[in-house]
Ligand binder design. Structure first.
Ligand code: LLP
Length: 420
């Protein structure tokens, strides 16, 4: 399995210039994905998937707006050139859409007049207490949810997200009592879901809109659009037109019942960036434990946590260090450098280590983890005091650094040694 976006030459050039591990993104892929979604009135990038400032400016330049789920994400969006809301008529370029406000976030929301998608009555009250008087949208928990793993299911009674569907009217009343109008509804029921549940979600949106009344001006389909991670799924991408058509019909039904236009937003993270990037590591040890063959690489779950956290599948290819042809495929377990047995890239949901058919490789060859642009570097940590890996952009045939490798100095810069 080779990677279609980055040539072997590019991978070798990246290793020579930046060392391993590193993330590499392709600008054209991000732009293409945004283009595919342009049938929606608004494409809102869920920046939690990949908040690098260069990625945000590529997304902005391609005509998509953003959401923000923390004070840090609001600041990133502003730095990437997104503007604060000037009035309630414009599509807000930044929407704060978290489960709570921490004190930093509510201050920034107020200071920059950031539009808020509220997820609880308490958020409405806190906005009122802060003296905010603006239109809001509201995230609905429709009472059910789906997702690519139990951990990414974002609806139903076990989910902390959104306002429970039967409590919508109370929220509308609370907002109005404080001089705010709820002008839109948002529903994100899980990540990586497929079509199976979409009709039910659209019905739930129609239902919720009835409780909101005639103030509704916008509905958001949320994010969650799946991408094909497995080789056998690659030919079977989500049909964006069919996805749009279902939502468009929902929006038109709602518009008809309220007697005015209702705009339609979509809010994906993964769909826009997942396939744009890979994580490149070097094989540092090849060893056998009884009959099991291991490739140990210099990237771990501190870099890409998805396999360890969700049992997620990422395609893997190998690039030889010297251009030689690789040996025949074998069953291999690919693991990282961390002092945890869960630091394995070949896993299934439930934390089961599995083997993958990979070519025979040697120490010093490069291992490429595919489709790593969403929730890859964004979920990295410094566990085991490993530094954040650099992010590189393939931009019109050239490689550019968009985040340097963290230095050891930066790793410890906020720590103090107590005097003993
Ligand atoms: N909108 C809201 C309100 C969300 O909570 C999310 C994802 C999105 C949009 C974007 O979802 P996407 O289109 O990227 O699936 N870390 C997990 C995914 C968790 C997503 C959390 N919220 C993963 O690596 O798969």
């Amino acid at each position: 399995m080779s990677n279609p976006i980055f040539s072997e030459k590019t991978i070798r050039e990246g290793v020579a210039n930046y060392g391993t591990p590193f993330w590499i993104y392709d600008r054209a892929t991000i732009e293409k994905r945004i283009q595919e979604l342009k049938c929606f009135d608004t494409v809102r990038f869920a920046q939690k998937a990949c908040p690098n400032l260069s990625i945000l400016s590529i997304v902005r330049n391609a005509g998509a707006v953003v959401d923000a789920v923390s004070a840090g994400e609001i600041i990133r969006a502003l730095r990437a050139g997104y503007k604060a809301c000037e009035n309630d008529k414009q599509v807000p370029q930044i929407v704060y859409s978290a489960d709570i406000f921490d004190h930093d976030a509510i201050e920034l929301v107020k200071k920059h007049n950031i539009h808020v998608n509220v997820g609880s009555a308490d958020m409405i009250q806190q906005l009122a207490d802060a003296g905010v008087r603006s239109n809001l949208t509201l995230r609905v928990n429709p009472g059910f949810g789906h997702g690519h793993s139990k951990k990414t299911n974002t609806g139903g009674p076990l989910s902390k997200h959104g306002v429970w569907h039967s409590q919508l009217k109370d929220c509308v009343k609370l907002a109005q009592a404080n001089g705010m109008w709820i002008t839109g509804l948002h529903m994100h029921i899980g990540s990586g879901t497929d079509f199976e549940h979409l009709a039910t979600v659209c019905d739930a949106m129609r239902d919720a809109s009835r409780r909101l009344g005639s103030h509704i001006r916008m509905i958001s389909a949320g994010g969650g659009l799946p991408i094909p991670y497995k080789e056998e799924e690659k030919g079977n991408r989500i049909d964006i037109q069919a996805y749009y058509d279902l939502w468009d019909k929902t929006r038109k039904d709602i518009a008809q019942s309220v007697g005015h236009d209702v705009a339609l937003e979509v809010e994906p993270g993964r769909y826009i960036v997942a396939e744009s990037a890979v994580l490149v590591a070097e094989i540092r040890a090849v060893k056998k434990q009884e009959d099991k063959l291991f490739y140990l690489v210099d990237a771990g779950f501190n870099d890409l946590v998805r396999p360890s956290f969700y049992g997620s599948y990422h395609g893997i290819s190998i690039v030889s260090k010297d251009g030689r042809e690789l040996g025949p495929e074998q069953d291999v377990i690919v693991a990282g450098p961390l002092c945890e047995s869960g630091d394995v890239f070949t896993q299934e949901e439930g934390g089961y280590v599995v083997t993958r058919k990979l070519p025979t490789a040697q120490v010093g060859d490069f291992l490429v983890l595919h489709d790593a642009g969403a929730y890859g570097s964004a979920m990295s940590s410094n566990y085991n005091s490993r530094r954040f890996a650099p992010e590189i952009l393939q931009n019109n045939g050239k490689l550019e650094v968009i985040r340097e490798r963290q230095t050891f100095e930066q790793l410890m810069e906020n720590e103090k040694i107590v005097s003993l």
